[in-house]
Write a protein that binds this ligand. Structure first.
Ligand code: TMP
Ligand code: ASP
Length: 237
């Protein structure tokens, strides 16, 4: 596999072409971003931890029947993935109230949502990732109604699989964000990453935040918390 030119540089990852038209390389950098890129800092080991965390989770999801972009780890900071046409929509599943839901509705952080909620946001930093609904996705051509049905179905399956996985490690999966893309055969595939950057995890016993809220809220020991989550799950670092 030959690494070719950079195709795209995101806030925390870079995407490279390869000599295979159906495969890309994802490079996980140490850049840590919050507030739609308004705050970016370098955190030692973050790229490596998130790359290996993501590989572990994606393989668990694939084994549970969720098609993912992940192909294989290439090194500490890189993995090989299927090339997808990304749908610019973020799918957020919440099991407990936190973050923007608390701000928007004025409910108490930690409120158990029964059942979970499923929300959509447009992936557009310049516009602050606005809250949207299904009709916007279809009307603006970001995705079809059929693709949305599949994205929701897969998001809920991910919630089922990962809620159990984290629960067994003494962690509450509070909420998470997923991004999907279309593979060359037209199927919807889970893309981007799953790591403590894109979900909220609270220790079941103490309520301690073990995810990127430590960075957003200046709580410190960000990567130490990510590493503890990885160790509890048995992710080889
Ligand atoms: P929110 O409470 O800010 O809407 O975030 C919900 C979940 O989605 C939380 O786990 C963080 C994640 N998320 C991202 O990973 N990237 C984003 O751009 C946004 C808005 C949320
Ligand atoms: N991922 C987004 C950003 O970097 C939002 C966040 O995680 O707070 O800015």
């Amino acid at each position: 596999m030959e690494k070719r030119e950079e195709l795209y540089r995101g806030k925390a990852k870079s995407v490279f072409k390869t000599d295979d038209a159906d495969r890309l390389i994802l490079l996980f950098r140490n850049d840590t971003s919050a507030f739609d890129g308004k705050r970016i800092e370098q955190l030692d080991r973050k790229g490596m931890v998130n790359n290996k965390f993501n590989a572990f989770i994606m393989q668990k999801l694939e084994a549970a029947g969720v098609p993912t972009q992940f192909d294989k780890l290439l090194g500490d900071n890189e993995c090989l993935v299927k090339k997808l046409d990304m749908i610019p929509v973020e799918c957020v599943v919440r099991n407990y109230a936190a973050g923007s839901l608390v701000k928007r509705l004025g409910v108490e952080e930690g409120l158990k949502l029964n059942p979970y909620t499923f929300e959509l946001f447009l992936k557009d930093d310049a516009k602050g990732d606005p809250f949207i609904n299904e009709s916007h996705v279809v009307a603006f051509g970001w995705g079809t109604a059929e693709q949305l049905v599949r994205m929701k179905e897969l998001s809920l399956k991910v919630n089922e699989v990962l809620s159990k996985l984290f629960d067994d490690a003494g962690l509450l999966l509070v909420d998470f964000k997923l991004e999907f893309g279309v593979f060359s055969d037209g199927s919807i595939v889970l893309g981007d990453e799953f790591s403590p950057d894109g979900c909220r995890l609270w220790d079941k016993a103490t309520g301690k935040k073990m995810d990127k809220d430590r960075f957003r809220q200046g709580l410190g020991d960000v990567i130490e918390a990510y590493e503890e989550v990885a160790n509890r799950l048995g992710v080889p670092l």
